[in-house]
Ligand binder design. Structure first.
Ligand SMILES: Nc1ncnc2c1ncn2[C@@H]1O[C@H](COP(=O)(O)OP(=O)(O)OP(=O)(O)O)[C@@H](O)[C@H]1O
Ligand SMILES: [Mg+2]
Length: 371
């Protein structure tokens, strides 16, 4: 199915006026190819960015885009697909002022992500991690001052949904330096050697751009205990190249690596010991849960009923992560209210809580069966 239809359905809650107002500032695309392969097809390359941009704005005008989706060319090379790598802001609509960036299809390396608008203040709690980030910012401001005492390798760890990726984004937007983000899962390529090569390229690129941060998300995907790595030969290779980079045998001054994981106990001890600091992300307490609820509700497109008591909701959501609160409670309650064309009331939150409790009961019993 064409992305145009799929995407606009997803966003059908927005009115036409809202869409036009939330125009995409920047869309980066990567040529992805044709849905079917044939020797008759030419594989087009973008030759002149300005001309491409002109056509792109014309033909995709009004389309709502999210990263990870595809846009299909209709005019130049019909049915040729472009993968949307990045959109600023996410879920916005292509308009006459949207800037298009085209990634080189042969360029395997990860490009710097344009800064986003998450700030340190948006990340509730996690003070230890924020302190470390402030230090990293000082280092990025003046790497030479630190010499051999530079912060090099920092590990963010803790339960899923506690703000590790969010804080890395905040760090990127708070500094002028580029952040090269990569998911460890992206490194496991089709061919042995791909991942190790990509990793070296990433560090080479970081060195060119220094001062600079490399953010390796979901580190556990590659750096699990050796026993698991050996299940895939190339993973051992990736880990070895990561160790080389982290040791800084080739001096990569001005490059700081931050990695994130929620399975610190299963990390390869050799990788783990390379981190000078392990920063613990913890589940929010009730005050922090209240703050997360409040700051997210402030952006609700629908108002709250008077019967909603957020303090009580915060107390009832012990052991919920920030992501659980946003995705399972707030989003679910908001969607239920939108479907009913009503304000968001206490009953919507109660129903969302019940649904979450039911699904986690199911999850626990499931775990019991297989572990
Ligand atoms: N400390 C926090 N303050 C405010 N919002 C938070 C916080 N933690 C999580 N959230 C909310 O949850 C979402 C997911 O958080 P994030 O992606 O940073 O989690 P993570 O720790 O990287 O999880 P994972 O280990 O699964 O990758 C955020 O986009 C935000 O909406
Ligand atoms: Mg994350």
């Amino acid at each position: 199915m064409r992305s145009v239809q799929r995407v606009s359905k997803k966003n059908s809650v927005k009115t036409q006026k809202e869409r036009v107002e939330s125009g995409a500032l920047l869309v980066s695309l990567k040529p992805a190819g044709y849905p079917l392969r044939s020797s008759l097809h030419e594989y087009p390359e973008v030759f002149e960015n300005n001309v491409f941009e002109f056509y792109a704005r014309e033909q995709w005008n009004g389309v709502v885009v999210q990263s990870g989706e595809y846009l299909f060319d209709r005019r130049m090379f019909p049915d040729f697909a472009f993968k949307v790598v990045n959109v600023m802001p996410e879920g916005s609509v292509i308009g006459q002022s949207t800037v298009f960036l085209i990634e080189d299809v042969n360029n395997e390396e990860v490009l710097p992500e344009p800064s986003n608008n998450v700030t340190f203040d948006d990340v509730i709690g996690q003070d230890g991690a924020k302190h470390k980030c402030k230090l990293i910012m000082k280092f990025l401001d003046d790497p030479e001052q630190f010499g051999k005492w530079a912060p090099r390798n920092v590990l963010f760890y803790g339960p899923s949904g506690t703000g590790k990726t969010m804080l890395a984004k905040a760090l990127a937007s708070a500094t002028d330096v580029p952040i090269l983000p990569i998911k460890a899962t992206q490194l496991i390529g089709e061919f042995v050697g791909d991942g190790a090569r990509q990793l070296h390229q990433l560090y080479d690129r970081a060195e060119e751009l220094q001062p600079c941060i490399i953010f390796i998300d979901e580190l556990d995907a590659i750096a699990l205990d050796r026993r698991f790595q050996e299940l895939r030969g190339d993973v051992v290779e990736i880990v070895n190249s990561l160790l080389t980079e982290m040791d800084g045998i080739e001096a990569r001054e001005g490059v700081c690596t931050i990695a994130a994981t929620n399975r610190i106990e299963s990390l390869d001890p050799a990788v783990r010991s390379r981190f000078e600091e392990e920063i613990d992300f913890i589940l929010p307490d009730s005050k922090e849960r209240l703050a997360i609820l409040e700051s997210n509700i402030a952006t609700f497109p629908v108002e709250l009923e008077e019967d909603v008591n957020l303090k009580t909701l915060a107390e009832k959501t012990e052991k919920f992560s920030g992501r659980d609160l946003v995705e399972k409670i707030l989003k679910s309650a908001l969607h239920a209210a939108i479907l009913e064309d009503s304000l968001v009331g206490n009953k919507h939150f109660e129903e969302a809580l019940k649904r979450t409790a039911a699904s986690s009961l199911f999850k626990n019993s499931d775990e019991g069966m297989f572990t």
